[in-house]
Design a binder for this molecule. Structure first.
Ligand code: PLP
Length: 384
């Protein structure tokens, strides 16, 4: 592996070259897949390759992907998990029974649902707050003194923007760790650690992998010596929520084009957001790139190079009109998830009917297809 660690390379260079990962044994310009689950020792019982004992803790393909993510996120260290939810769970398992946690309301439903159940089982007091309101977030931190404060920005599917620096100040003032789910932004568009977050979480299943063919989660930390990071690392190694070599190899391959894909997805999403904003059948468009979006100025400060591929809009006529529109789309796959090269549409109210999601809301994950083709598809589906 060529060492790029001491050079200030740009994300496009780091990603395209996987932060210098090659296969030294063959001279291959991409790393090999190492499938062995166990590693040999010599006659005197020393490890043949120092640091390699057993795959659960010593997975070279995972190390390669983690090194690249660490560089892209501007982190001190990264741990990969077999799904985004496994990464969420790894953070909350550090919270002692009886403590309290503060979690942003109306974020990815799977996160909320799991945290509610976990806290109930463990006697942890859960407080939920609209974290896009910095004052409300700071007041909740002061009132509840949580061990963990958790925000998601941009949020899925509301596209709300949280002021990370303000949230970090409020959390740190009461000794809480601020964790930011930055899935919708990816490390290319936003680096929450640079605004004071302690840990960044990603569902790497989404934009980071980018091809809808790998499940993965990541945690990236600002302080690798912190007590919480030691706990998370130890728990991953011993409890075994780890990625397999082939998945990690695919993740590294996906990340080679991450900056390119995020740029193109953001450009396409912006074009569609503008088109939908002017459409008579559309009630509201939620996209932080639009100057009229409540969090636009903040997003412009916290994000660079685009506002991502996630956008929601509300069709006039409620659930029936939204489902009719989704049903007519020909290029957008009707499927959950986001961040892949192919565009998706989802009627979130069908999936989570009791959470306040507008019945007419359609969430788009905008891919890298031609923007004109996507716009034409939306136009015919909306009936114009
Ligand atoms: N966080 C966000 C914002 C998500 O959208 C998702 C999945 O949709 C997750 C976390 C969970 O990640 P995974 O599906 O990889 O477990």
């Amino acid at each position: 592996m060529a060492d790029t660690a001491d050079r200030a390379l740009h994300p496009a260079t780091l990603a395209a070259q996987a932060a210098g990962a090659t296969d030294e044994q063959t001279g291959g310009v991409v790393p090999a897949v190492h499938m062995a689950t166990t590693f040999a020792r010599d006659e005197s019982y020393a490890q043949l390759v120092p640091g390699n004992t057993y795959l659960r803790s010593h997975n070279e393909n995972v190390r390669v992907a983690e090194r690249l993510l660490t560089r892209l996120e501007g982190a001190a260290d990264t741990l990969l998990f077999p799904s985004g939810m496994a990464a969420v769970a790894a953070v909350f398992r550090t919270v002692p029974n009886g403590a309290s946690v503060l979690v942003q309301s109306q974020i990815y439903w799977g996160t909320t649902a799991w945290i509610r159940g976990f806290c109930a089982r463990r006697g942890i007091t859960l407080h939920e707050v609209e974290a896009a309101d910095s004052d409300a977030f700071a007041a909740a931190c002061a009132a509840h003194r949580p061990a963990i404060a958790w925000v998601e920005t941009p949020s899925n599917p509301w596209l709300r923007i949280v002021d990370i620096a303000a949230a970090a100040d409020a959390a740190h003032a009461v000794g809480a760790r601020l964790v930011v789910d930055s899935t919708a932004a990816s490390p290319v568009l936003s680096q929450p650690l640079s605004f004071g977050a302690d840990i960044v979480m990603h569902s790497a299943t989404k934009g980071i992998n980018g091809h809808s063919d790998v499940l993965s989660g990541a945690l990236c930390v600002a302080d690798a010596d912190s007590a919480i990071w030691q706990m998370i690392r130890e728990d991953r190694d011993t409890a075994g929520a780890v990625m397999a070599p082939m998945e990690a190899w695919l993740l590294t391959r996906g990340m080679r084009t991450l900056p390119l894909r995020m740029r193109e997805m953001s450009r396409n999403a912006m074009a569609l957001a503008e088109f939908l904003s002017d459409h008579p059948q559309v009630e509201e468009v939620m996209y932080p790139g639009l100057p009229g979006h409540k969090g636009h100025a903040l997003a412009a400060r916290q994000m660079r190079g685009g506002f991502g591929g996630l956008l929601s809009f509300v069709v006039k006529g409620g659930a029936e009109a939204a489902l009719r529109t989704a049903g007519r789309l020909q290029l957008f796959h009707r499927a959950t998830s986001l961040g892949g090269v192919e565009s998706l549409v989802e009627h979130r109210h069908t999936i989570e009917p009791h959470t306040g999601i507008p019945e007419g809301l359609l969430r788009l994950s905008v891919g890298i297809e031609d923007a004109g083709d996507l716009r034409d598809d939306l136009a015919q589906a909306l009936g114009q």
